[in-house]
Design a protein around this ligand. Structure first.
Ligand code: C2E
Ligand code: CA
Ligand code: CA
Length: 325
């Protein structure tokens, strides 16, 4: 409603509609336009809401990271009893996040396991590992163990067989022994499919290690059902070496048990020379821990392998290319 008065003449002009009439006019003259505006507004609001939710959901973020190839293998050597030479390495996942930098696995693996995305992520990690190591397979001694962590989700069907086969095809026969590390975080049911999977993995020469041994309740059941080849003693037990007598008894019983069952033992989280010497005195086959080496990227791992006394020199490629690989 507009009212314009003149300063020079005694006139004023009044225009517009009465208060309630405007809405009535819109409704009678532009019903289609009004409806369209409402629909477009609602659609835009829904689209914004969907985008915002999508961008912030952890599932979508993991999928994006997988497509962008942000999950990298880090390698932590496992040394053998006696000469402490590298007998293998465990592959540990790291997330090379564009904003956050390098993210530790305990911050995202539990969610990846919960959402079932861990299977695709592990497949990508195995491909990455094979492609990083295969050109330098000459640096690995025959039977070099590569440990990959798997979870209960991998045991629901037989697709892990193909993943393992593809991995091993990258290397000359017998060069690499693939060891799957199984944790007890999510219970693995001994279904016919799972038992068939483990049978076929064994037939392919793939080894099974029981990870974090002693921390779950199902360890002994697992040993019976899945024909385990190695036990990995959890680092919480290794940390007890030198502590009270009771803890040391537990550790010694685990070592004794695995010897009786004919299983290999790997002790994890070895940080001190005292722990190393204690484990050596008790004939533990393999050790892994910061005392020997921390997990490292592929380039550093290959360079360390090449620098070992007796190692053949780095073949085929020069170090800057390794950095990219
Ligand atoms: P884990 O399989 O028990 O791996 C050993 C963890 O102990 C690694 O932590 C390693 O860096 C750490 N560690 C090794 N030596 C020492 C030591 O001397 N002292 C101490 N304090 N720690 C040591 P990381 O890399 O942070 O991995 C944590 C866990 O995340 C792993 O525990 C494993 O359960 C899980 N994880 C890592 N990568 C993968 C993966 O590719 N798939 C799945 N499913 N889980 C993974
Ligand atoms: Ca492990
Ligand atoms: Ca472990």
């Amino acid at each position: 409603h507009v009212l314009l008065g003149s300063t020079r003449y005694p006139f004023s002009v009044q225009g517009g509609y009465a208060a309630a009439q405007q809405g009535r006019l819109w409704r009678s003259h532009y019903p289609a336009l009004l409806g369209l505006l409402l629909v477009l507004g609602a659609a835009a609001a829904l689209a914004c809401r969907w985008q915002i939710r999508r961008a912030s959901s952890p599932r979508a973020e993991l999928r994006r990271a997988l497509e962008a190839d942000e999950f990298l293998p880090y390698f932590q050597p496992v040394v053998r009893q006696g000469d402490y030479r590298w007998a293998g390495a465990e592959v540990l996942m790291r997330w090379n996040h564009p904003q956050e930098g390098l993210v530790r696995p305990d911050l995202f693996i539990p969610y990846a396991e919960h959402s079932g995305q861990i299977v695709d992520m592990t497949r990508a990690l195995m491909m990455h590992t094979a492609q990083s190591l295969a050109p330098y397979a000459g640096l690995l001694e025959d039977g070099f163990h590569i440990g990959i962590n798997i979870t209960a989700d991998h045991c629901r069907d037989l697709s892990l067989l193909d993943d393992c086969r593809t991995f091993l095809q990258h290397f000359p026969h017998g060069r690499v022994v693939l060891t799957l590390e199984l944790t007890e975080r999510k219970l693995i049911e001994p279904t016919p499919v799972t038992l068939e999977l483990f049978e076929k993995l064994h037939a392919m020469g793939v080894m099974i290690a029981l990870d974090d041994f002693g921390t779950g309740q199902s360890s002994l059941n697992y040993l019976r059902q899945f024909k385990v080849d190695y036990l990995k003693i959890d680092q919480s037990f290794v940390a007890l070496i030198g502590a009270d007598a009771l803890s040391v008894h537990i550790l010694e019983s685990v070592i004794e048990l695995s010897a009786k069952l004919g299983l290999g033992i790997v002790a994890e989280g070895v940080e001190t020379a005292a722990q190393r010497d204690y484990l050596a005195r008790h004939d533990v086959d393999f050790q892994q821990g910061y005392l020997f080496a921390k997990p490292m990227p592929a380039a550093q791992f290959l360079e360390a392998l090449a620098a070992r006394p007796g190692a053949t020199q780095l073949p085929q490629r020069t170090p800057p290319e390794i950095m990219r690989g």
